[in-house]
Design a protein around this ligand. Structure first.
Ligand SMILES: Nc1ncnc2c1ncn2[C@@H]1O[C@H](COP(=O)(O)OP(=O)(O)OP(=O)(O)O)[C@@H](O)[C@H]1O
Ligand SMILES: [Mg+2]
Length: 612
């Protein structure tokens, strides 16, 4: 058990000063952090009297009598002895402020006994005097306080109602208990156990035991390591079908400390930007280990915030780790079972074949690889288009003004493309030309026609954008082009964002005196009324947040290019689309965050038909 020492003035003055006890939850945070630093494997927190009586008991190392007395003095700590220690913190506490602060606003009593001592010590602090007496007690420490803020009427007045204050305590314990899965935590409110963890040592289990997650979420595991700054990221993020209206489902644990980490929030916002609806936030628990020299927790007295020396690297690492984890496909096809399924032969052109031809499997390193994973889809999109040019789905409107040609240098022989559904999947039909009804081994799936196609196109576009030169392989030159009907503002926006639009596969001729003309469109817009689509994308660009322009333009293009609900598709085209979708990463939701599929298991259907 390290000795408690009063910090010399030159160190004390470097510590972020300020009031640390704002509300009952601050007391709980400070006392539990002390228990953690004391190496406790069991911590019990009990709250009563409208959160003004608090007791935290642990089985940690305890204190010798003289240390227990010193602990009540300002800047008395066993965790820091020289200024450099502030840069290599491995403990939750370091300021030697918490106990004196709590003692100054409540009646605080400490019972403590070290493992080696035969008797314990009781320390009382009343009106500035600290008294110690010998007492019998279990090894470990119990901190017990009553009448919180009895002498600070202003604080008392500003406390929220007890249920709100307890909610803050609950949130505090939830974060700490999740961060320390090996420790058994118990939180009791007015005699009732509200939270209990098993100390299993497993993060996923503690997330559920603390109630941070319900246990029903489908989670993606995050693992990432970067030797450069000894950075490692480990944790779980929920698939995008789960989200909330606030950030309370996000917990960032930096070097074991749960903190509000705006960098983590930002990185997750970006990773989920095209997976969940705007204004919603993901569920995530990320533990980030990093060289303590690279982080500063000494910026706020409550240590709830953190500053990084290498913020950009941390941001990139979190973003990459989350993005990789999210590249799972929600509905997955079983490739071995798929081989056994009845293939549907594909002989006519439809937009899906073009998408399949350019779909790529991402690698951890570059995001995409150069070759399609499935050689049966290896035909180049240009060639696919050219071979079957003129044929199109009956539903797709063709513009009388539009004439497109490809500029292909190579020609592949005509090939038959097959698509099949996974074993146990059967297309039952399409409800009102909008929802595919699919039988699966689990039950029934309803899959929306427009958004399933939207996700397939969107992922293909992203993959193409990430591969140099790839986008130009997926374009169509417009031979007889029509003037675009753009307002002066829209024409200006078109000029401003021309490079962005080129990166999507468009090109334009923009004469100063006359209307702009589109000279090239992405393959997805072959046979579409491209002028209308360009107009919509330009409108989007005028409205979108500048940081998100490329993403928004890509979303817009995918949305415009996707088949609409209400259009009639053949079973063969639906099968092809479903097959492409099953191979598409991140296929739970559309790029705007709507769920693509609704699943009804046989159990769920049974319950619906047999209520009660
Ligand atoms: N539950 C406990 N078990 C063992 N020792 C404790 C316990 N609580 C406090 N101490 C001792 O009392 C000292 C003072 O605690 P206090 O919380 O005031 O400061 P700190 O933890 O060092 O820093 P901070 O103010 O940042 O929390 C600690 O450094 C530690 O040595
Ligand atoms: Mg402390």
């Amino acid at each position: 058990m390290p000795k408690v020492l009063v910090l010399p003035e030159h160190i004390a003055s470097q510590i972020a000063a300020g009031e640390v006890i704002e509300r009952p939850a601050s007391v709980v945070k400070e006392l539990v952090e002390n228990s953690i630093d004391a190496g406790a494997t069991q911590i019990e927190i009990a709250v009563a009297s409208d959160c003004r009586d608090i007791r935290v008991a642990d089985n940690g190392c305890g204190m010798e009598p003289e240390d227990a007395v010193l602990a009540f003095h300002r800047h008395a700590t066993s965790k820091l002895s020289k200024p450099e220690d502030l840069w290599s913190l491995r403990t939750m506490g370091f300021r030697g402020e918490a106990i004196p602060s709590i003692a100054s606003v409540s009646h605080l009593t400490c019972y403590t006994r070290s493992h080696e001592a035969s008797t314990g010590t009781k320390v009382d602090a009343a009106d500035g005097t600290v008294t110690a007496t010998e007492t019998g007690c279990a090894s470990g420490t119990v901190m017990e306080l009553t009448d919180l803020f009895y002498n600070v009427p202003a604080r008392l007045k500003f406390l929220k109602k007890p249920s709100t204050e307890f909610a803050h305590i609950h949130e505090t314990v939830q974060a700490l208990a999740t961060s320390f899965p090996k420790t058994v935590f118990q939180l009791v409110n007015n005699g009732e156990v509200v939270l209990k963890t098993s100390g299993s040592g497993k993060l996923a289990q503690s997330m559920v035991e603390t109630g941070l997650m319900s246990g029903k979420e489908e989670l993606c595991q995050v693992t990432f390591a970067d030797l450069k700054y000894g950075m490692a990221i480990y944790g779980y993020i929920a698939r995008p079908i789960h989200f909330r209206g606030d950030r309370k489902g996000i917990l960032a644990i930096i070097n074991n400390r749960p903190v509000r980490c705006s960098l983590t929030y930002k990185a997750l916002d970006q990773a989920y930007a095209d997976l969940i609806p705007k204004g919603k936030y993901p569920l995530a628990v990320l533990t980030i280990t990093i060289d303590p020299n690279q982080v500063d927790v000494n910026i706020h007295p409550t240590k709830k915030e953190i500053k990084y020396n290498i913020g950009n690297d941390v941001f990139m690492a979190i973003h990459r780790a989350a993005t990789e984890a999210l590249r799972v496909t929600g509905a997955q096809s079983d490739s071995s079972a798929q081989a056994a399924a009845q293939p549907v032969e594909r002989i006519s052109y439809s937009p899906w074949s073009a998408q399949a031809a350019t779909s790529h499997t991402p690698t951890a390193e570059q995001g995409v690889v150069a070759e399609p994973s499935n050689t049966k889809f290896a035909a180049s999109p240009r060639n696919t288009q050219q071979l079957h040019f003129g044929e199109s789905l009956s539903c797709v409107p063709t513009s009388p003004h539009l004439s497109l040609t490809t500029a292909s240098k190579t020609q592949l022989p005509h090939r038959t493309v097959t698509a099949s559904l996974p074993h146990g999947w059967r297309l039952l039909g399409c409800l009102h030309n909008t929802y595919f009804l699919v039988e699966t081994p689990e039950g029934l799936e309803l899959i929306e026609q427009h958004i399933v196609h939207e996700r397939v196109i969107y992922e293909r576009l992203l993959a193409a954008q990430a591969t140099p030169g790839r986008i130009t392989d997926s374009t169509q030159t417009v031979i007889i082009s029509q003037s675009l009907n753009l307002s002066p503002e829209q024409k200006a926006a078109l000029e401003e964002h021309i490079e962005l639009l080129r990166s999507l596969g468009f090109d334009f001729d923009i004469p100063a005196q006359s209307a702009a003309v589109c000279t090239q469109v992405p393959l997805e817009l072959a046979h579409k009324d491209y002028a209308c689509v360009v107009q919509q994308i330009v409108e989007q660009l005028c409205l979108a947040d500048s940081a998100q322009l490329e993403l928004e333009a890509t979303k817009s293009l995918a949305c415009q290019a996707a088949v609409k609900n209400g259009m009639t598709l053949s079973d063969r085209d639906i099968t092809q689309l479903l097959s492409d979708w099953l191979k598409t990463p991140r296929n739970d939701t559309c790029p705007h965050g709507r769920p693509i599929r609704l699943a009804f298991s046989m159990d769920k259907l049974f319950q619906m038909f047999h209520p009660g």
